[in-house]
Design a protein around this ligand. Structure first.
Ligand SMILES: [Zn+2]
Length: 414
């Protein structure tokens, strides 16, 4: 039985009404509102021949047992950022459940393969600054030592917040047990960017997630009086940083799909009457190609040293975080393109994802993975105005349902 897009949209609206307010979605992970979203979701399972379990990292799994224990997993995340949108994450989970329901009805509860829906815990990392919490525990790429030290704005530790939800931080790695038997993972998500809208396309097949180089860069100059220090005598740390802020745009535009962002600038002493003696900035660079990413990183470092020298400053770099580009599975990308082409009646477009997703953690394990994107209006996400046209949501549900069917056929041939 094909997935019913209208039911998906009605469910999404119901969830938004239950867990949002005038400022948007409030499903921040490990909060009561997030728990309410999950209880609402569990309530939707009443008539289905499924079981539900929480793994050791708090990921929620719904399982429709099949003739074979080999499983097709569909998922995304119910958590949101504070004042978030109604579709980010929720679209993928609610659609996944609709697809599972259709399969359960079609085969009288006995599918050839096991079908599972996963709602990953704390994809957003909005409260503790640690994105992809649940999926990285599943993938074994988390670090308990680093996670234990994390606190929210109110000084509550991640460890305590987890404990309040029945999760023991020392055991989150046991979520790896859920990997058993997974043959493929599919995730539907809004694009959260402007590419599909600009191309006037409702859907796209995702090639993978871009790698990220994230660094803190500090320029050291000399604090000096703004009135008495001649321009030629200054060692202005902000001037060096400002030149780098412009140069990274040139570096990014040398490559077709690259992005470079200087999102934070702090000056010291940071007063109107002093030349900045120190300037701390951050740099975030992303590309789907590891070689391109490494080149951009080198170019930014070289430029920073050149500008520092020209401004008679020094510069130091420290890596905040990095992740390699993660390509999705070629055969599943083809199946995704086919599903989109069948739905739209025209060739599918493929694109990389700039944002990271839980699917990247799954793909890192070598589990065949692909994502499908649907258009975001204005490219806006993490905002209450985040939206997608209903006609595009309908196409997304139908096309993702096709992708699941195509993938089950592909699993038979494996
Ligand atoms: Zn998301």
């Amino acid at each position: 039985m094909p997935a019913d897009p209208n039911r998906v949209i009605a469910n999404l609206r119901e969830l938004a009404a239950l867990t949002g307010d005038a400022n948007g979605a409030q499903r921040v992970a490990f909060t009561p509102t997030w728990q309410r979203a999950r209880e609402w979701f569990a309530g939707k399972l009443a008539d289905l021949p499924v079981t539900r379990n929480l793994d050791a990292a708090g990921n929620s799994w719904v399982t429709l047992p099949g003739a074979s224990p080999r499983s097709l997993v569909l998922g995304s995340h119910l958590d949101s950022v504070p004042n978030g949108g109604w579709l980010d994450g929720a679209l993928g989970v609610v659609t996944a459940l609709e697809v599972l329901s259709g399969i359960a009805r079609d085969c009288g509860g006995r599918s050839p393969f096991t079908i599972r829906v996963v709602d990953w815990a704390d994809e957003e990392g909005a409260r503790f600054g640690r994105s992809l919490f649940g999926s990285s525990a599943f993938a074994g790429t988390h670090s308990i030592a680093a996670d234990r030290a994390r606190t929210d704005r109110d000084g509550i530790t991640l460890e305590a917040a987890l404990a309040a939800c029945g999760i023991d931080i020392d055991r989150i790695g046991e979520a790896a047990r859920e990997r058993e038997g997974i043959a493929a993972y599919l995730e539907l998500h809004i694009e959260q960017g402007p590419v599909l809208e600009r191309l006037n396309l409702p859907l796209g097949a995702v090639l993978g997630t871009k790698g990220v180089e994230r660094h803190a860069i500090t320029f050291h100059g000399q604090e000096a009086h703004s009135g008495s220090t001649p321009m030629a005598d200054r060692r202005d740390a902000l001037a060096a940083a400002a030149r780098l802020a412009l140069e990274i745009r040139t570096i990014a535009t040398r490559h077709s799909d690259s992005v470079c962002t200087m999102g934070s600038v702090k000056t010291f002493p940071g007063i109107v009457t002093a030349v900045a003696g120190r300037c701390e900035v951050t740099l975030d660079q992303r590309d789907l190609d590891a070689t391109v990413l490494a080149t951009m990183f080198r170019e930014a470092q070289e430029a920073s040293r050149r500008f520092a020298a020209e401004e008679r400053c020094t510069v130091e770099w420290s890596r905040i975080w990095s992740i390699e580009p993660i390509a999705f599975h070629p055969a599943l990308i083809d199946l995704c393109r086919e599903a989109i082409a069948e739905t739209l009646g025209e060739p599918a477009h493929s694109l990389p994802s700039g944002p990271l997703h839980d699917a990247a953690e799954v793909a890192r394990l070598g589990i065949p993975t692909v994502m499908m994107f649907t258009q975001s209006l204005g490219g806006i996400s993490h905002n209450k105005i985040e939206d997608t046209r209903e006609e595009h949501l309908r196409l997304a549900v139908t096309s993702f349902d096709r992708l699941a069917a195509n993938t089950l056929r592909w699993m038979e041939s494996q």
